[in-house]
Design a protein around this ligand. Structure first.
Ligand code: C2E
Ligand code: CA
Ligand code: CA
Length: 586
């Protein structure tokens, strides 16, 4: 520990009492003190670096006096009860500030925190010399204890989470500061436990009710506390997220601790009830006390947990590489809003789709590109998943739909009626006015419904409930074609296929990549195509990169193909050149 007076002042500052407004909870105690002693003056006096500041006072107007030669300062230094029967009879105090203002009698009891820091004194003062009885001395000590209880109560308020009874985020920051004073530079690990994935919270809330989530937070709190030991502080951050500290050990043992914790959480009855939605993960971030601020520690540990979740692991450790990725993601998320407002950074490229039988190109897929001013070209595969579950998904799809329809209108006007396929995210279908917005834009552009097609992934179509179904029905009723994107990658493909109101199936490029060399994949793709046809879908194969794959798909009866063999996604002018060359060459 640093200089004891410095630590004492720090403890005092931490309580946020100095220079705060008077409060009745303290004034009640000083009034009582005055009455008990039959004395005109009493005060709750806190010893700051150079002054005695009165949190509460009776019989004095000013709120502070100099610390120099103040009896309260002596109480504070000695941490003992001090009685001065007559200030004028004391060599030391006879010329003190108090004596100069006519005070003769002083009695003060120390205000000492549980940790042993003395903050000041509970004191009574009189203008006549006097002594005190043993009983009065005991009362003064009791009053000081009441003041301390009040200080601790006020301090705890706003630091304890009422739901779980655990310390909260503010307390976490504060405890870290205390630890840093005690053992600066010592390594620690923060373990961030998230019981429910943030994006699943609303689903849980909807299906199980808020009572369930409250109870889950409570039983989780108990489970974690028991696992880490009752003497280890555990903090609740809200949204079923907890954090606790451990001394830094090997990575392996931290992970082992984390996985054990996760195992216990998963064994909880309420977690088993909805095991699909309750999936705990633990993120670990190491740091040195006093080197990193609490919010940064939480952010790193949280990032490690997000990463673990994404990788399908129960626990993960924060690393420099993760930090870099995290920084990049944060930057992309922060910048996409700006990019969506202008036409400087985002643009669309178009990849042709070609009919296998005729070689005709009647449609193109619009694919988004982002030329970030600092990061350069960023793949949609990187930034779209970041945005998909944020409110930005709406603005992003609006941007794409607007530009794609504008381009389709240009081509139509030039006598080139290419159908433009637009990728939409699952969350778009949950917007209650999605279909209406799309149809309105088509109308404004004076385009028929079949000028565009929407590509939606299978997982977005299945199990999304009534809201998505309503939007899909409205779009289909208006004559817009719906394609199931990345077909075959979802877990439920075949069995659910008949339930999906769509027109086109796009077989994922992962199947096409090894098509010509793997007979089993050929069988699989063959049966996908046959079944899709039986159910009335047209089939497109994505990612066709070579002639062998095209030949194979042709044999299997695939309707259309898309891929680098034919063309990469192209800017509109290049696509026009490509189209011209094709028709010229045939
Ligand atoms: P996707 O919808 O499956 O798009 C096809 C992806 O495959 C595109 O990647 C395309 O460039 C790539 N591709 C095309 N032909 C070949 C090929 O022969 N071989 C290989 N290896 N790849 C090929 P891209 O443009 O990077 O897009 C990645 C994903 O980002 C898309 O996958 C789609 O899920 C998403 N995305 C792109 N644009 C948008 C958009 O405007 N809105 C939304 N919501 N998602 C988009
Ligand atoms: Ca697509
Ligand atoms: Ca796809």
């Amino acid at each position: 520990m640093k200089h004891p007076e410095q630590a004492r002042l720090f403890a005092l500052k931490q309580l946020n009492l100095l220079d705060t407004a008077p409060s009745d909870s303290f004034d009640r105690i000083t009034r009582m003190a005055s009455q008990l002693f039959g004395l005109p003056i009493s005060a709750v006096s806190l010893t700051d670096s150079d002054r005695q500041w009165f949190k509460s006072r009776v019989g004095v107007d000013h709120r502070e006096i100099p610390r120099d030669k103040a009896p309260c300062a002596q109480v504070c230094d000695s941490a003992e009860v001090l009685v001065i029967p007559d200030l004028l009879a004391s060599n030391y105090y006879q010329d003190s500030h108090l004596a100069n203002t006519g005070i003769r009698f002083y009695a003060g009891a120390p205000l000492t925190t549980r940790e042993g820091q003395t903050l000041g004194a509970m004191c009574v003062l009189g203008t006549e010399p006097r002594d005190i009885t043993e009983q009065e001395r005991a009362s003064l000590v009791d009053l000081a204890a009441m003041v301390m209880a009040q200080i601790e109560l006020q301090h705890a308020f706003g630091r304890v989470d009422p739901l779980t009874g655990l310390a909260n985020r503010s307390q976490f920051s504060e405890d870290l500061q205390d630890l840093a004073l005690d053992s600066p530079g010592e390594p620690r690990a923060a373990l961030f436990t998230e019981v429910v994935e943030a994006s699943q919270l609303s689903a849980l809330h909807r299906t199980m009710g808020s009572g369930f989530l409250d109870e889950l937070a409570q039983v989780s709190a108990q489970c974690i506390q028991e696992t880490i030991g009752l003497e280890s502080p555990l903090y609740y951050l809200g949204s079923c997220q907890f954090v606790h500290l451990l001394p830094v050990d090997s990575h392996a043992s931290l992970i082992e601790h984390a996985l054990n914790l996760r195992q216990r959480l998963m064994a909880l009855e309420s977690a088993r009830d909805v095991s699909v939605l309750v999936r705990p993960v633990v993120g670990i971030a190491s740091f040195e006390l006093g080197e990193t601020a609490a919010p940064d520690i939480l952010r790193s540990a949280h990032a490690a947990s997000l990463d673990a979740r994404q990788m399908g692991q129960g626990a993960g450790v924060f690393s420099a590489a993760l930090e870099e990725r995290f920084q990049r993601s944060s930057m992309l998320l922060a910048d996409i809003g700006r990019a969506l407002k202008t036409d400087d950074e985002l643009y669309l490229v178009f990849q042709p789709r070609v009919w296998v039988a005729s070689g005709d190109c009647q449609g193109v897929e619009a694919l988004l590109r982002w030329r970030h001013p600092e990061l350069g070209e960023v793949s949609p595969a990187e930034f779209i998943p970041l945005i998909e579950n944020t409110p930005m998904a709406r603005a992003l799809t609006d941007w794409v739909v607007n530009r794609a329809i504008r381009q389709a209108a240009l081509w139509h006007a030039e006598g080139r009626p290419l159908r433009v396929s637009i990728n939409v995210s699952a969350t778009n279908l949950e917007e209650h006015d999605f279909a209406q917005r799309v149809l309105e834009k088509l109308r404004q552009a004076n385009l028929p419904a079949d000028a565009i097609e929407l590509e939606v992934t299978e997982s977005a179509l299945i199990g999304k409930g009534q809201a998505a179904a309503t939007q899909l029905d409205a779009l289909i009723a208006a004559g817009i074609l719906i394609a199931i994107d990345d077909f075959g990658t979802g877990y439920s493909s075949l069995s659910y296929l008949h339930e999906i109101p769509a027109n086109i199936v796009k077989i994922d490029r992962s199947f096409i990549a090894h098509l010509e060399e793997d007979a089993r994949i050929q069988t699989l793709v063959g049966s996908m195509i046959r079944m899709a046809h039986d159910l009335g879908y047209s089939v497109v194969a994505e990612g066709v990169e070579n002639q062998a794959a095209l030949d194979c798909l042709s044999q299997l009866g695939c309707n259309e193909v898309q891929g680098y063999l034919l063309a990469k996604p192209l800017p509109p002018r290049d696509l026009e050149t490509w189209l011209a060359k094709r028709s010229g060459g045939q």
